[in-house]
Ligand binder design. Structure first.
Ligand SMILES: [Zn+2]
Length: 433
């Protein structure tokens, strides 16, 4: 090393020391990576090819939420991996969620089991979460992994099979370094996030109450962490009318489609961009034949809301609309509506603790050369559930990616390694807090 370099190093360290002293509180400046952390980072570098291979393998296993056998196949991969890291494995029972439906279009959600893996130790109790399911059913044409340079494509590569690999390899790094031995870590992988965690919500909330930090491995989008999220609701309703010949006895019929049309207009009118509440009638179906007055019609609705009270209000308004008969005001007895309404995700409202967690993760990112921004989202995750019961939660620690829920879904290959490195350091530091 030349004299100039030595002098430069001296000045740099001196300046950094002065800066640290000036900032005072240890919290306000993230110390640089120590030797143990640098060892985690370089161990992970040696694992990059394996991370990509595992992402490919699990992306090629179809795990649409209603494909229980496929979800179980992905569960088996993680169950074996986590058991080999010393986790105790437990399967939490799934559920059959029954919905009202027109005859012949039954829409029940048969949700398979969830995986809970635990290691007890000292330090802060960390709850790592991810979902095993995707939105792509086995009959979807989008089924397999492909790669073009630094971009990988496939169902779930971003949402969130890539994230599951990030989580697993962060834990593997901590196991290889010996850190995991003394850490208190739980991993909860659910089977039903894409249909709103209708079965796993109770387990997520229960675990959230027994941990200190929540970490969800959903996609980090365009290299951003998500700070706030809207609340979500869903509703399904079925209008029952009376069938009749459209020519011979039109006046005896009570058209469920006509009534559904009125209700749809009322429901769509609930959208108010100013307050941030949006309602979307996403799917409608009904009727039996062109020349039959429709005896049954149904709709599936999506609701988004920034404040918890707005969600309650909207659910109340749905019930009013379902109860009222618009199309046959003088014969309302013949038309009935069966409904199912579920506010399945509360809004994610930041707290001082969750903001600190987010900034800590960003600071570690900077130490690793990863500049990660902050964004707000209209989409919900399981992190909204855990944060709402008081667990400070960061919910976008997975791969950078885009196009989720479409056949354009893709992720940046190099973000597998980057986010695993960030996570390994973050988990180690959090565990010591
Ligand atoms: Zn997801």
């Amino acid at each position: 090393m030349s004299r100039t370099n030595r002098l430069y190093l001296f000045i740099t360290s001196f300046t950094l020391a002065m800066a640290a002293a000036h900032l005072g509180a240890a919290e306000s400046i993230e110390p640089s990576l120590d030797a143990d952390e640098r060892a985690l980072v370089s161990w992970l570098e040696s694992q990059e090819a394996d991370m990509i291979a595992l992402t490919e393998r699990i992306t090629n296993l179809n795990s649409g939420s209603l494909n229980g056998a496929g979800v179980d196949d992905v569960t088996a991969v993680f169950s074996a991996e986590l058991a080999s890291l010393g986790f105790r494995i437990e399967m939490l029972p799934g559920d059959l969620i029954e919905m009202p439906s027109c005859p012949g279009s039954e829409y029940n959600l048969d949700l398979t089991d969830h995986l809970l893996a635990r290691r007890s130790g000292a330090g802060s109790r960390l709850l790592l979460m991810g979902h095993l399911d995707t939105v792509f059913p086995p009959q979807s044409p989008f089924q397999s992994f492909s790669r073009d340079g630094d971009t990988m494509f496939g169902p779930g590569v971003a949402d969130m099979k890539g994230g599951l690999v990030v989580m697993l390899y962060a834990l593997k790094a901590l196991a290889a370094s010996g850190d995991l031995e003394s850490m208190s870590v739980s991993v909860l992988l659910n089977s039903d996030e894409e249909v709103g965690s209708l079965s796993s919500r109770k387990y997520l909330e229960e675990q959230a109450r027994n941990h200190d930090f929540g970490l969800v491995y959903e996609s980090s989008g365009n290299d951003t962490f998500t700070r706030t999220r809207k609340g979500l609701g869903q509703a399904r309703f079925v209008v029952n009318g009376r069938a009749s010949h459209a020519g011979g006895a039109h006046q005896e019929g009570r058209s469920a489609i006509k009534e559904l049309a009125y209700k749809i207009v009322e429901i769509e009118n609930m959208t108010d961009y100013e307050s941030g509440v949006t309602v979307n009638v996403g799917i409608v179906s009904g009727g039996e034949a062109r020349n039959t007055v429709a005896p049954c019609a149904e709709a599936l609705i999506d609701l988004r809301f920034p404040e918890p009270r707005q969600g309650e209000d909207a659910a109340g308004r749905f019930q009013e609309i379902f109860a009222q008969v618009y199309s046959y005001p003088n014969d309302s007895g013949t038309i009935t509506t069966d409904s199912w309404v579920n506010l399945h995700r509360p809004p994610k409202i930041p707290t001082a603790d969750s903001d600190r967690l987010l900034e800590q993760a960003r600071a570690i990112g900077r130490l690793l050369g990863q500049e990660i921004g902050v964004t707000d989202s209209g989409g919900g995750t399981d992190g909204s559930l855990t944060q709402a019961v008081g667990l400070p939660t960061l919910d976008s620690l997975g791969v950078a990616g885009s196009g989720a829920h479409s056949n354009r879904e893709q992720a940046r290959v190099s973000s597998l390694l980057e986010r695993a490195q960030l996570s390994a350091v973050l988990l180690r530091r959090l565990s010591r807090q």
